[in-house]
Every structure is written in C-alpha cells, then in structure tokens.
Design a protein around this ligand. Structure first.
Ligand SMILES: [Zn+2]
Length: 156
C-alpha cells in the first residue's frame, strides 16, 4: 500500500533526524524516544498526546506518560512535529512531511482540522518573511464552525 510506504519512509527519515539531533547535543538515544517518534509518525492526521499514548499502549510499547510528553517537547524543538495552537483543551500535533506551507480550517467546537487547498493563500503564506522572527514552519489556520457542528447547533 502506497500510504504505508510513505509513512515508513517518513518514520525512517524522522528517526535519522532525531538521531542527529540527539548525537549533536550529547543527549541519550533511548529506545522509548524512537518508539514515541514512530508512533507519532504513524498518524497521518493530527493527534493529541492522549491519542499517542493510546496508540503506544495498543502496540504494547510501554512508555510512561511523562516520557511521551517530554518526547513531544523534544520533537517540537527538533522540528519533527508541529504543535497547533490551542483550539480545544488539548494540544494537537502533526508530523512534519515537508517544508511546504500548509493552510487549514479548524472548527472551534470539535477541533476538526481540514486542509485548505487554495493556491493564492498558500503562496501568500510561503512568501511571508520577517527579520525579527525565525520561521520554522508555515502553518495558517482559519477558525470557524464546521458543517457538522453548525447542523448540531441548529438542531438545539
Ligand atoms: Zn466541528
């Protein structure tokens, strides 16, 4: 399956990036960190720390909750995951596939995040530059109410 191959490729690339990051900084290469990274990269869409913990449990990878949170913080610093702004009570993460800019619409109610395919918007996000801020990822969010939540609100 093409998706599995793509995910495997991303997992391998991310593991190599993590190895470089840890070696360069003299940090320990624990098997737990690699297990958390592989599980995080198995998500093709956004995920929360809780969902990541649940997946690790399903895979019988016994990683403690603090290790998962610490690893996510490490992956953020290593540019291996992107953290979305808080739209719900939980932080939402996404694996990094490329440096290409991304635009999403986010529902204020259910947190559902869907990609926006608009060339002009993507081009504008790609072109943005500023001296005072070192950009690591270009992600744009348009917030609002999704169709499903709107229907549910109307039925109330
Ligand atoms: Zn919604």
């Amino acid at each position: 399956m093409a998706t599995a191959t793509h995910t495997q490729h991303l997992q391998e690339r991310a593991a190599a990036q993590l190895r470089d990051y840890l070696v360069t900084r003299g940090m320990r290469q624990t098997p737990e960190r690699y297990a958390v990274l592989a599980a995080a990269y198995a998500f093709t869409t956004t995920f929360t720390a809780e969902e990541l913990i649940a997946r690790l449990k399903e895979e019988h990878a016994y990683v403690s909750q603090p290790t998962v949170y610490n690893s996510l913080q490490l992956f953020l610093q290593a540019n291996l995951v992107v953290r979305y702004p808080h739209v719900t009570h939980q932080s939402v993460y996404l694996r990094v596939e490329s440096d290409a800019p991304r635009c999403y619409q986010v529902c204020n109610y259910c947190g559902r995040t869907t990609p926006i395919k608009n060339r002009a918007l993507t081009a504008a996000v790609a072109a943005y530059h500023t001296r005072s801020f070192n950009i690591s990822h270009r992600v744009l969010y348009i917030c609002g109410v999704c169709g499903k939540c709107k229907r549910m609100k109307n039925e109330e």
